[in-house]
Design a protein around this ligand. Sequence first.
Ligand code: AAL
Length: 397
Amino acid sequence: MNRDFSIILLMIFSMITWGCQDNVAPTKEEAVSTQKGFPFWLPKEKPKRILSAAMERNYDNYMAPRPEDNELYSQFKYTELKGFDYHGGDGTISRRDPSKVIYENGKYYVWYTYRHTSTSPKGAEKSNDTIPSTDWDLAEIWYATSTDGFTWEEQGVAVPRPPKPRVGWRSVTTTDILKWKGKYYLYYQGFMEASGKRGDDCPVAVSYADSPDGPWTPHNEVVIANGAEGEWDQYSIHDPYPIVRDGKIWIYYKSDADGDPRLVRMQGLAIADDPLGPFEKYPLNPVITSGHETTLFPFEQGVAALVIKDGNEHFTIQYAPDGVNFQIAAITSLMPTAAGPYVPDAFTNTQNGRGITWGVSHITNATTWAQNHAVLLRFDCDLSLDVNDPAMKQHNN
Ligand code: AAL
């Protein structure tokens, strides 16, 4: 090897070594002691130095400073479900607003709003006894079962529209399931008028059964009523979503402005000792200022919420250690609409919620404001604390 070549090799080696040394992370003490600019990596713990507002927020507002370490951050994957017919997508059949998925009798169950009408929705003006105003008008609650969460067998009606003037005679929609002391309860919106003609100002009704296959007995009484005039939930109680917490039934719900420009969609909570009520509304309602349909699940000692479209904090995942004081834990995108997750510990009164990895959501074909029809989809995500936990693993695919 000639001398010049050896010198070049030595220079290259020194440059590499120098570069490596430069990339060695300083200790925490070194990072704290220097105020000369932020290190290029993101320390897990908030540095004890003056931070910009954005960096302060990055440590204070989320569950971890990097989404990769944030257990409440996830992206979402969608898969078409097998087993549902939509009549060529002509808008005469719709399935939307699925419940949580539960696992009983060796299979998964999901309930949803099912509309099968002679025409697609035509808006409030043109609606009548057989023509729906919106996608969720003239609907019933149907259910389906599956052994793998991808291929479903539609089982038929669970809750039909009751005769007029009972609650829900015009439409029963947007249901969710509770299992309590061996019995099953479906909570749903009971329309007394077509959607679009103030029928959306509806309260919550409930039916109960000894088996998830029914038969379902309607309670025939409003179980969560609209708020008094001027209250945030005066117009509607939508998207009832029960979980069991502190030994009681906690139902989160959405209220809607229904055209009142002073109001926005927000989410509140009502709590009862008995599934048929009385439900007491939480005094600090609303507890979530954003989002559309409600989707929540026990997470560690608290409750996590998928907060999708609508409101300043849309497309966030939020967490409340006490189930009521929610903070933004993560910001994400393409979140599942009207998600009904598989929540193994929704009714176990857990103080150590394990999270979710999949569920059923819907997607709408919004050709007009009235919406042509909606389709159920499977979503997968990683919002689970431990996918290897036997309770999660048992039924996860
Ligand atoms: C949904 C839900 C409620 C509304 C309508 C049908 O996605 O928020 O159910 O009433 O839209």
